[in-house]
Design a protein around this ligand. Structure first.
Ligand SMILES: [Zn+2]
Length: 247
């Protein structure tokens, strides 16, 4: 499954190839970016199916959910017709009237949990806390800070830091920021991660910050950054999360 080439937030469901100045340009759109596009052939099938400004967000969430849970290969028109006619009914997770951050869309209710309780809960993540040695420094809904003092166990054969160390820190920082509300009825799991290594590490403590970019009913997008002891950015990691019921 490919991500939308425009928002990188949702999976692509519309694929086009345009020819500009004799060059073929491949584009992949999620439903919302397709609906908002200026290209008639991309937008038209959606408006014909009944998608409008009032239901596009709901439809985009539903499609994302379906794409994650089902193989959605097949007749696209029929798929949209079912969505618009609500034959496919996905109950959103507990909504509330709590205040929402306008930039990220995140629900701000009970967003600052007790740090010691969060640390205790995440002790269960033994790979991050025991095997790797990552420490939680800050935990709020949508924002976390974790750190690690690397030692010889974290190095590769030429003395550099293993890329997996950054991955583990990013995945853990994301999990803490998303799942630190311990009595929530949902749990968010990592759906996709994109790692960008910016500079090499030259010793000292590494700090990783996770910040929500956009929240949705079923999915969310985080930006995670790793810094060295001087505050130099070492890696930028984009994490897509998928929400599911907490068992
Ligand atoms: Zn998009």
């Amino acid at each position: 499954m490919a991500f939308c080439s425009f928002c990188f937030e949702r999976h692509a469901i519309v694929f086009t190839t345009r020819t500009v100045n004799g060059e073929n340009i491949d584009e992949a759109y999620c439903v919302k970016c397709a609906y908002q596009s200026k290209i008639a052939g991309v937008k038209e099938p959606l408006t014909v199916a009944g998608i409008n400004d009032g239901n596009i967000d709901e439809i985009a969430d539903k499609i994302e959910m379906m794409m994650l849970e089902n193989n959605t290969d097949g007749d696209v028109t029929g798929f949209f017709r079912n969505l618009v006619n609500k034959k496919i009914d996905l109950k959103p997770f507990a909504g509330s009237d709590a205040p929402v951050n306008k930039d990220t869309n995140m629900n701000l209710e009970n967003s600052k949990p007790d740090l010691e309780a969060v640390k205790k809960f995440f002790e269960g993540d033994k790979y991050a806390t025991e095997a790797t040695g990552i420490v939680i420094e800050k935990a709020e809904k949508g924002h976390s800070v974790v750190s690690l003092m690397p030692n010889s166990r974290h190095l590769n054969a030429v003395g550099g830091l293993m890329g997996a160390v950054y991955y583990t820190m990013a995945d853990f920082a994301f999990a803490v920021a998303e799942n630190c509300i311990l009595d929530s009825d949902t749990i968010t799991v990592t759906q996709a991660t994109q790692m960008n290594f910016l500079r090499s590490w030259h010793g000292g403590k590494i700090t990783c910050t996770a910040d929500i970019v956009k929240d949705g009913r079923y999915i969310c997008l985080y930006e995670v950054k790793a810094f060295d002891k001087d505050g130099t950015e070492l890696a930028l990691i984009i994490v897509n999360g998928f929400k599911t019921a907490r068992k």
